[in-house]
Design a protein around this ligand. Structure first.
Ligand SMILES: NC(=O)c1ccc[n+]([C@@H]2O[C@H](COP(=O)([O-])OP(=O)(O)OC[C@H]3O[C@@H](n4cnc5c(N)ncnc54)[C@H](OP(=O)(O)O)[C@@H]3O)[C@@H](O)[C@H]2O)c1
Length: 354
C-alpha cells in the first residue's frame, strides 16, 4: 500500500514538533506539508520552529517551507490524505471543519470538537468502537470527518482507569494533577511564573478532564455516547517539570479489590492497537512499578517510547468505600497528544476508515 500523505497543522508548536518526529520514516504515513500561522508561512521550518525535542530536527523537514493553514495552500504544496492538527482551539474550530468538508480526514489534538455528539474522543486501546460516530458527520455536509484526542491529562488518567472499570467497576474518582510546562505550549508559561513554583490553576482544565473522562468511558448506543455513570472530581496544577504529567488518583470501586488485584488488571490491559500490532502501539499500555518512589517524570516518561503510562504506589484508600489510590504518569506531548493521535490514525487506516 502507498503511504498516505500527511499535513501537520500547527507544525511549529510543541505538539506539532512531536508529530514531525513521530511521522519521520513512518510505515503508513509520509510527511507531505507543514502548516502554521501567517507569521511562519513562507519561511523554512528550521528557522521558525523552536525545536525543544531530544535529538535533531530531521534535515529534510528543517529545509521545508512552511505554508499558511488553508486547504488550498496544502493542496498546492503537495496535497494531503490526512491532517494531523495541533492548532490552538480557537483556530482549529474553523480550520478543521474546512479540511473535513474538503474530504481530508482530521485527527486533532485541539479541544474544539471533543464534546460534539457526533465526534469521538479516541484512545485506541479504550474506546475504538466510538469511531463509528464519524459516519454521522456526513450530515454536516462534510466529505470526511474529525476524530479528536483527549486533553493530555485526561488521556493519562483514562488509561489507568479503564482496566479498573472493566474488572471491578468504578463509583467515584478524585484526581489531583502535577502537570508539565510543555502542556501549555511554546511560550505558554513564562519562566518567571513557574521556576521555584507551583501554580494551582490551569484554565478550563478541570472541566475538560471531568467531562472528557465520562464521554470516553461511556458506551456507544445507537448514534450517541451515553456518558459513564460514575462521579469525578479533578484539581489541576502546573509544576516546574518539562515533560510528563503526574496524577494522584483516588478511586471508589464498585467491587472490593486488593492493590495486587488492581495491579494485575492494569498489567494485563491490552487493546485493539496491540492486537493489530499498530506501529506506534506500546507492547504494554500500562507499566506497573513496585518501587515506593516511582513513577517519576525524569525517569519514566519515555516508557514504551512515551506511549505507555506508568503506575505506582497502588494502595488501599481508607477514606473511601472499597477505596484504592495510586499515582500515574504519562508523557503529555506523546501519549497525551501527538503519539495518541498517530496511533488513532493508524487505527483509522487499518480499520478502513481512510
Ligand atoms: N502541549 C501539550 O501537551 C498538549 C497536549 C494535548 C493537547 N494539546 C493541544 O494541542 C494544540 C497545540 O498545542 P501546543 O502545545 O503545540 O501549542 P503551541 O506550542 O502554542 O503551538 C501552536 C501551533 O499553532 C500554530 N498557530 C497559532 N495560531 C495560528 C493561526 N492563526 N493559524 C494557523 N496556525 C496557528 C502555531 O504556529 P506559529 O509557530 O506560526 O505561531 C504553532 O504551530 C492546542 O490546541 C493544545 O491545547 C496540547
Amino acid at each position: 500500500m502507498d503511504k498516505l500523505r500527511a499535513v501537520i497543522l500547527g507544525a511549529t508548536g510543541m505538539v506539532g514538533q512531536r508529530f514531525v518526529k513521530l511521522l519521520a520514516n513512518h510505515e503508513l504515513f509520509e510527511l507531505s506539508v507543514l502548516a502554521a500561522s501567517p507569521a511562519s508561512a513562507g519561511k523554512k521550518y528550521g528557522e521558525v520552529a523552536h525545536w525543544y525535542i531530544e535529538g535533531h530536527m530531521p534535515k529534510e523537514t528543517a529545509e521545508t517551507t512552511v505554508v499558511e493553514t488553508t486547504v488550498e495552500n496544502v493542496r498546492k504544496a503537495g496535497g494531503a490524505d490526512i491532517a494531523f492538527s495541533a492548532l490552538p482551539a480557537e483556530v482549529a474550530l474553523k480550520v478543521e471543519a474546512e479540511f473535513a468538508k474538503a474530504g481530508i480526514p482530521v485527527v486533532s489534538d485541539a479541544s474544539s470538537y471533543r464534546m460534539e455528539p457526533d465526534v469521538p474522543i479516541l484512545i485506541a486501546e479504550v474506546n475504538p468502537d466510538h469511531l463509528n460516530l464519524v459516519k454521522l458527520q456526513s450530515r454536516r455536509g462534510w466529505k470526511s470527518f474529525i476524530v479528536t484526542n483527549p486533553n493530555c491529562t485526561t488521556t493519562v488518567l483514562v488509561m489507568a482507569l479503564k482496566p479498573i472499570d472493566n474488572v471491578f467497576g468504578i463509583k467515584r474518582v478524585f484526581v489531583s494533577t502535577m502537570q508539565a510546562v510543555s502542556g501549555a505550549g511554546w511560550g505558554g508559561v513564562p519562566s518567571m511564573a513557574i521556576l521555584d513554583n507551583v501554580i494551582p490553576y490551569i484554565a478550563k482544565e478541570e472541566e475538560k478532564v471531568q467531562a472528557e473522562v465520562l464521554k470516553i468511558m461511556g458506551s456507544l448506543t445507537g448514534e450517541e455516547v451515553k456518558p459513564a455513570g460514575f462521579k469525578i472530581s479533578a484539581s489541576c496544577h502546573r509544576v516546574h517539570v518539562l515533560d510528563g504529567h503526574t496524577e494522584a488518583v483516588f478511586v471508589e470501586l464498585a467491587k472490593k479489590a486488593s492493590p495486587e488485584e488492581v495491579a494485575e488488571a492494569m498489567r494485563e490491559f491490552k487493546g485493539r492497537p496491540q492486537e493489530l500490532k499498530l506501529p506506534t502501539a506500546p507492547e504494554n499500555p500500562i507499566v506497573v512499578r513496585e518501587e515506593p518512589d516511582r513513577p517519576q517524570p525524569r525517569f519514566d516518561r519515555y516508557e514504551g517510547r512515551g506511549m505507555s503510562v506508568v503506575v505506582g504506589r497502588i494502595r488501599e484508600d481508607p477514606a473511601l468505600d472499597n477505596g484504592i489510590k495510586f499515582v500515574v504518569l504519562g508523557h503529555n506531548t506523546i501519549r497525551g497528544a501527538a503519539g495518541n493521535a498517530v496511533l488513532n490514525a493508524e487505527l483509522l487506516a487499518r480499520e478502513g476508515f481512510i
